[in-house]
Design a protein around this ligand. Structure first.
Ligand SMILES: N[C@@H](CCC(=O)N[C@@H](CS)C(=O)NCC(=O)O)C(=O)O
Length: 215
């Protein structure tokens, strides 16, 4: 049995953030599929046993079940001493970007993807609102990455793993052609994809059942 079990589903970019860390560090882990499309995360018994917040990813280790990708990444980096902040200033920047990612970057990108892929049925005004919010967040990261190799500078950290979580899903699924419209983000995600251990999300987590993201 693997040391780490990651409860996840291939279509979950939040799960991919954690899977990427585990694989790039070469840790002993296995994905455990969740039937997201079938409503497993809303099942009271699943919530009681696995995550009261009703979300993946959940990382199981030594009898504990940890949730929230930003908290899990922080725990992993402190436990294994890699891909973490190297100073007090970087620690502050790490928390700052993880919060921005969860609130604005991944938060908007993932919601827009759900609308774009028609996994959710929403009025056009709601779709346009989410698109504008997502473009705003992408522009902030595009600008930050101009002249930087990674989010905190010269080396990859958990900030990169968090922000990049949804950016390898295909454009027809996300509604954003990053290669065409966001050159700095495109080059940065390419640098991360060159890390040993990187795989695309559906290969990294070939488990579980997502909403119909690819129509
Ligand atoms: N902030 C959370 C977000 C997790 C999240 O939204 N997970 C989605 C899948 S990507 C989920 O399980 N959603 C279930 C639901 O909202 O019912 C994290 O980073 O772990």
């Amino acid at each position: 049995m693997a040391h780490y079990k990651l409860y996840c589903v291939g279509g979950s970019g939040n799960s991919f953030k954690v899977a990427l860390f585990l694989n790039c560090v070469g840790l002993d882990w296995e994905p455990v599929g969740v039937d997201f499309a079938g409503g497993q995360t809303r099942d009271p018994a699943w919530r009681e046993a696995t995550n009261a917040m009703g979300e993946v990813p959940v990382l199981e280790v030594d009898g504990k079940r940890l949730s929230q990708s930003g908290a899990i990444l922080t725990w992993l980096t402190e436990t294994h001493g890699v891909f973490g902040p190297a100073s007090e200033a970087e620690r502050f920047e790490t928390l700052r970007w993880l919060l921005f990612d969860n609130h604005k970057f991944t938060g908007n990108f993932a919601a827009h993807r759900a609308l774009h892929s028609k996994a959710l049925d929403a009025p056009p005004a709601a779709h346009a609102y989410m698109r504008a919010r997502t473009e705003g967040a992408l522009a902030i990261v595009e600008r930050h990455l101009a002249g930087r190799r990674f989010m905190l500078g010269e080396r990859p950290t958990i900030v990169d793993f968090s922000l990049v979580g949804y950016l390898y899903y295909p454009p027809e699924e996300t509604g954003f052609d990053l290669a065409a419209a966001y050159p700095a983000i495109d080059a940065w995600r390419g640098r991360l994809a060159a890390l040993p251990g990187w795989k695309p999300p559906y290969e990294m987590m070939p488990v579980g059942r997502s909403m119909p993201m690819r129509l």
